[in-house]
Design a protein around this ligand. Sequence first.
Ligand code: BT5
Length: 308
Amino acid sequence: MQETRIRILDALAERPVAGPDLADRLSVSRAAVWKHIEELRGMGFEIAGGDNGYELCSIPEFGPAIAFGLDAPLDVEYHDSIDSTNRRARGLAAAGRERVVVVADEQTGGRGRLDRTWASPGGGIWLSVLVRPGVPAAHAPVYTLAAAVATTRAVREAGVEASIKWPNDVLVGGQKLAGILTEMEGEADRIGWLVVGIGLNANVDPGEVPAEGVTSLRAERGDVDRRVLTQRLLEEFDHLHRNHGAVLPAWREYADTLGRRVRVETGGRTVEGEAVDIEFPGGLEIDTGNGTVTVAAGDCEHLRPTGE
Ligand code: BT5
């Protein structure tokens, strides 16, 4: 959101302010203040104009308002509807941008890994963060883990006991609440750009998603304030993506996969055994009963414990 508008909102968040005072504070004309107020109302901010001046009565639940109160150095680009926020973020990367988050209420061509379809009805949180971390390409998986931790933490703060299934799913009671798709480009020694896409079934009915084993925040606890949840998620991700040392301990704490019997399809082979730990940058250590194998990527299935 434009800088002056953020400053107007910051001022009104404290108390009502008269138009002329706002103009003085921001060193703009009264006509400019009025124009910005009208723009903000158009975005869904309820701003009353009474005797005490302009008063901020309510903040929209989603939309460009995500930029207001966001404590992370990211530009927010919001779309009511877009084909895929990952595709858009990759386009922005090609245009030389960085530190942008593309957010949408609905996606018409959302994608999962391996070009699978990701259902993205209106009411969800579909977003992609574009960063240029300047680390070796081999470190890329840690960003997927960081996104899973950030998502889980934000969801837990909203009162839902989510946990992480390796490598990229956030689950509640074994059902999928969120998924992550990380894409990047660069040389082996240095990532050029990295796009971390997060799809979170927020205020949607699981029935709107044509897949098995799906849940949503609406189903778990009722609708959430998506603006606040998105901000918390982005703030956590911003912190973790610059502090890799904090990612693995948090991931272990939230992991649903560790200690379970798993079957992982990876690069044309299947590894089965007990998931014992995660290692940097994101490999899963599996005790096969015949030694320990670390798998770097793949599709993971949680199995019932043997004997059940
Ligand atoms: C993922 O893939 O879990 C990564 C999903 C990433 C989506 C985000 S949304 C914002 C950004 N923009 C994009 O275009 N994508 C990213 P994967 O592990 O391959 O899981 C895909 C599978 O999950 C599908 O084959 C379905 O079975 C199932 N699925 C599809 N839509 C779902 C949904 N909304 N909720 C839960 N499961 C879903």
